[in-house]
Design a protein around this ligand. Structure first.
Ligand SMILES: [Mg+2]
Length: 128
């Protein structure tokens, strides 16, 4: 369903697993957001550099080339205010502290439920 609060927002999905990436695109397409995609950390940095108007980045932690922590630190250097939400596997829950230290605004645990994701995006936009 189209969402009044999310419609027109630019969202970058960073996920190396293709089926997970397609799933996130499917969930978010119907909210009316503008979607960008990257499948590794370096690509995420490159897409962010070219799109300074991104509102939210959904960053997978385990990524090839450059992982989610390092990519987020790099992106923070030129996008101090963008919302970055980590997507973490259940086993990485212990890394909560590292997630916050690395410059993420928030995190969501996989498997990601659509309602959960949408609520998290809206609450972080509301904090700005
Ligand atoms: Mg991954």
């Amino acid at each position: 369903m189209e969402n009044e609060f999310l419609k027109g927002r630019k969202v970058l999905i960073v996920e190396d697993d293709q089926s997970s990436r397609l799933y996130l695109n499917k969930i978010l397409e119907r909210t009316g957001v503008i979607l960008l995609n990257a499948s590794d950390g370096q690509e995420a940095i490159d897409v962010a550099l070219k799109n300074p108007d991104i509102d939210i980045i959904l960053m997978d932690i385990q990524l090839p080339v450059i992982d989610g922590y390092k990519s987020t630190e790099k992106i923070r250097e030129f996008m101090p205010d963008v919302i970055i939400i980590a997507q973490t596997a259940y086993g990485l829950l212990g890394d909560k502290e590292k997630i916050i230290e690395s410059g993420f605004n928030d995190y969501i645990i996989k498997p990601i439920l659509s309602q959960n994701l949408i609520e998290k995006m809206i609450s972080n936009l509301g904090k700005k």
